[in-house]
Design a protein around this ligand. Sequence first.
Ligand SMILES: Cc1ncc(COP(=O)(O)O)c(C=O)c1O
Length: 394
Amino acid sequence: MGKYDFDEIIDRRGTASVKWDLYGGDVLPMWVADMDFKAAPAILQALQKRLDHGVFGYPLLGRRFYKAITDWFKERHGWTIRKEDLIPTTGVIAAYSACIKAVTKPGEKVIIMPPVYNCFFPAVRNNRCVESRNALVYKDGRYSIDFDDLERRAAEPDATALLLCNPHNPAGRVWTREELLRIGEICLRHDVFVISDEIHCELTYPGHDYTPFGSLPEEIALNSASCISPTKAFNIAGIQIAAIAAPDAQRKAAIDRAINENECCDVNVFGVAALEAAYREGGDWLDELRVYLKGNADCVCGFFKEKLPGFPVLPLEGTYLMWIDCRKAIRPGEPSEGFSERLATELREGHGLAVCPGTLYGQEGEGFIRLNIACPRALVEQGLEKLRLCLANR
Ligand SMILES: Cc1ncc(COP(=O)(O)O)c(C=O)c1O
């Protein structure tokens, strides 16, 4: 065993947890993207210290806050962020929504790559924009980008932004530097601003390094804003804290204005304490977590290979969200449309397992489910058995 005990089962029922308390009862929740592990001791200590002070007035974000971010990205990912390019905000959804607002006008098109994180869709609509769907291509058990289609969409005069998910939820892809460069070049050529959601950037597995979009060559980086946060990787999502890195001064000013118009510039004191502790002292916890999560992913792949070989599980390059092709379970004569939803309901109501139906991420996800494996391995094993009972008996 390592220094941290990721096998510990912590009862989260009755803690006002959306993951555990929405369905309640005996349902094992492997759906929404938070983890069932305790946060790193360094974060717990920092929060405790802040709590013990007893006074929780408005925070002033000082040098320590910005330096925690810039040092982390420089040391961990080789990306130099200038302090003056950073805009703190309450969360990553608030961050990318403000970016959309800043760089588009109502009625314009925002390109997205479905199947993609469900909250991308309302963010486009809430900013009175229209989605342009550059669907990912699923071939030989892996997703890739349709660059020809991206070029066509970017060339449309009313396409002004691309909302990128790097790494991609739910496809599990960690985009390579080459792929990101191609995206960057296409968007630059057609004056499409890239908004890169990098909330999953710390959760990558051997052989798949995260490339920050902002670390690409200057011309491409200047045409982008990156939304970053420690909340996903350090399991502090309920605390809510994030930042936008916008290296182009004019764009940064426009995003700053949008953040103010949306009234999401004031962050909470616990978010500040947690972010600083995560980025300053959380590295070794995160490294152990990634090994543990890789073990969980291998366990899922091994199980499917042995017990459910007809159901492809996509290789997990990043995130802790596994994407499983369940189309083999469609019964003869059963319509494929609506299958993901029916399967998710059947799993929950008939087998006590909550997963996300693939169509939550766009109709491109029909036939798939998304499985959150960020929990003690014993729970992963329980979930797999429930999946087997359902899929094998359909
Ligand atoms: C890609 C992506 N972006 C953003 C979020 C949510 O970010 P926040 O809670 O900081 O608004 C999630 C949560 O699952 C996510 O997967």
